[in-house]
Design a binder for this molecule. Structure first.
Ligand SMILES: Nc1ncnc2c1ncn2[C@@H]1O[C@H](COP(=O)(O)OP(=O)(O)OP(=O)(O)O)[C@@H](O)[C@H]1O
Ligand SMILES: [Mg+2]
Length: 316
């Protein structure tokens, strides 16, 4: 491939990728996807879907069985080390030496990749500052909080100046404050031009961060595209109504609408997206139910995910 076509190549191009482990498990059964340069891309899927296998192959930790992977136009099999240089990986588990200082962890990591010491020190300072860890540069890493440890993992991955940063469940099992903290850092890195791919179980995370996504299940892509287009596909909308006073024992029946009492003062409602809310309000008013306020249910992606997965299972 000539340099010109490479500069226009997507950050990641995966074609008909298959992986069969030695145990006979077919973890990937023909996966194709593209991630454009500059994108923030989510890879979603339930346990065992094949997400880590896909990421493992792209970051050269796992050998592919069949198919093709290109990173910025560089073939992963034919030009493995060149492809690897373009990628930074943040694994799920914390895997740095807890008895080293953050600054040394970063400088030594870059040194391992052949970066001259002076350059590594300057970059380590910049990355620690971006990760809001500069004041912790010289403490024992063991003493960092959970969120700081995770940010340190990201800063370390950035030391090789990757054009594509891949994170495997970066926020699994961490509380919302740490997650938000990481989101901020990741947005900043993406804003500065680095393409990001992450896997997550947290659908709101994908919704909040990512512009495109692919949903993978049983080793196949079941859906991919812009986040917005996927959400728009959902034909059902959910609301929570806060009710003045108590709800009647018998809720009104409204055709095409599911009404459930979430508690004595909250009504959980699902309706077709195209339906007019006025109809709902009229029916509620006729039943003597006064709506004080309403909220949108924020689990649209969750719904989408459950549906797509359920669809696939009935098709299988
Ligand atoms: N090293 C391995 N040897 C054999 N089978 C494996 C290996 N790694 C993964 N698998 C199998 O491949 C399938 C896909 O696993 P993978 O780890 O890619 O899923 P995942 O989507 O990352 O799941 P999770 O959300 O639980 O991390 C599973 O059936 C798993 O048991
Ligand atoms: Mg995994």
């Amino acid at each position: 491939m000539n340099p010109d076509s490479r500069s226009q190549a997507p950050a990641l191009r995966v074609r008909d990728l298959r992986k069969t482990y030695d145990t006979g498990v077919q973890a990937l059964k023909g996966v194709s996807l593209e991630v454009q340069e500059g994108d923030f891309f989510a890879l979603l899927g339930p346990n065992g879907a094949g997400k880590s296998t896909l990421i493992g192959i792209v970051s050269s930790l796992v050998n592919l069985t069949e198919g093709q992977v290109e990173v910025f136009g560089t073939d992963l099999v034919r030009e493995r080390s060149a492809a690897m240089r373009l990628i930074g990986l943040v694994p799920q588990e914390i895997n740095f030496n807890l008895f080293e200082k953050p600054f040394d962890i970063l400088v030594n990591y870059a040194g391992f990749y052949g970066m001259p010491r002076e350059e590594a020190e300057a970059l380590a300072e910049a990355e620690l500052k971006r990760a809001h860890l500069w004041e912790k540069a010289q403490v024992m890493s063991r003493t960092l909080s959970g969120g700081m440890k995770r940010r340190l993992m990201i800063a370390r991955a950035m030391m090789t100046r990757p054009r594509l940063l891949i994170l495997d469940e970066p926020t699994a099992g961490v509380d919302i404050e740490i997650r938000r903290d990481m989101w901020r850092v990741l947005r900043e890195i993406n804003g500065a031009g680095t393409t990001i791919i992450l896997t997550t179980h947290y659908l709101e995370e994908a919704e909040s961060l990512c512009r495109h996504l692919a949903i993978i299940n049983h080793g196949r892509i079941v859906e991919q595209g812009p986040m917005r287009a996927l959400l728009a596909k959902l034909d059902v909308e959910g609301f929570l109504f806060d009710i003045d006073g108590d709800l009647p024992a018998q809720l009104p029946a409204i055709e095409g609408v599911t009404l459930v009492a979430a508690d004595a003062h909250t009504l959980d409602l699902e309706m077709p997206r195209a339906m007019d809310l006025n109809r709902i309000f009229a029916a509620l008013q006729a039943a003597g139910i006064r709506v004080r306020s309403m909220r949108t249910k924020s689990n649209r992606l969750e719904e989408l995910f459950v549906r797509l997965t359920a669809n696939l299972e009935t098709k299988a």
